[in-house]
Design a protein around this ligand. Structure first.
Ligand SMILES: O=C(O)c1ccccc1NCC(=O)[C@H](O)[C@H](O)COP(=O)(O)O
Length: 205
């Protein structure tokens, strides 16, 4: 079974179509207003109407007010939620939707404890820890910090790009890989060639 690929930080219809045509399994939409990849609920709703079948939409939130998450869900029918801040298991579960928990990994992170704490998550998205920046950093972390026996699907993220994704898949054997800045032409704008290369190389590995 080839690895799944999520392309995060989609802001434009043409990028959505390019990623889906290249074989993306999931697209991420960032509802965090400090991100250069931020989309409004209305813009996301319009983008979601362009989604083909069998590609999942993932809504990304960072320590958001629960009322804001519910307001987004009213207009944008997201398939999965991704919590990328310091949310607790209860915060993540309160919307009654399937979710991923992002963990920003540093040498002190106990990933086995994270997996136990977030046992209700559909997977753990492992990203780099960069102080003050919750995600989309373009930074890698030390993949040897990931225990082999994690009981949840791992979505490997952080500093991946078309040049290193094959090595990442061969080394970590994750359920999925996730990328944002590594396939961009500029912040929030995807490069269709990089997106296609990333997906092809991930799935061939
Ligand atoms: O992409 C963002 O701007 C962002 C901002 C705040 C929290 C999370 C964010 N992105 C989440 C993702 O899932 C990214 O794909 C992940 O952090 C990896 O990013 P990158 O290292 O740029 O590939």
């Amino acid at each position: 079974m080839s690895v799944r690929v999520k392309i995060c930080g989609i802001t434009r219809t043409e990028d959505l179509h390019a990623a889906c045509a290249a074989g993306a399994d999931a697209l991420g939409f960032v509802f965090y207003d400090k991100s250069p990849r931020h989309v409004s609920a209305a813009a996301a709703a319009a983008l979601l109407r362009e989604m083909p079948p069998f590609v999942q939409s993932v809504g990304l939130f960072v320590d958001a007010d629960p009322a804001f998450v519910e307001a987004v869900l009213q207009v944008a029918p997201l398939d999965l939620l991704q919590f990328h801040g310091d949310e607790t298991p209860a915060d993540c579960a309160r919307h009654g939707r399937p979710y991923l928990k992002a963990i920003r990994v540093n040498p002190d992170t106990d990933l086995l404890k994270c997996a136990a704490d977030f046992e209700a998550a559909r997977g753990l998205l492992l990203d780099a820890f960069v102080p003050g920046v919750p995600g989309g950093t373009g930074e890698r972390f030390d993949w040897s910090l990931i225990p082999r026996e994690l009981p949840l699907p791992v979505i490997l993220s952080g500093g991946l790009d078309p040049g290193n994704v094959a090595e990442a898949v061969r080394t970590v054997r994750p359920w999925a890989v996730d990328v944002s800045s590594g396939v961009e032409a500029s912040k929030g704008i995807k490069d269709a060639l990089k997106v296609a290369q990333f997906i092809a190389r991930a799935k061939a590995s």
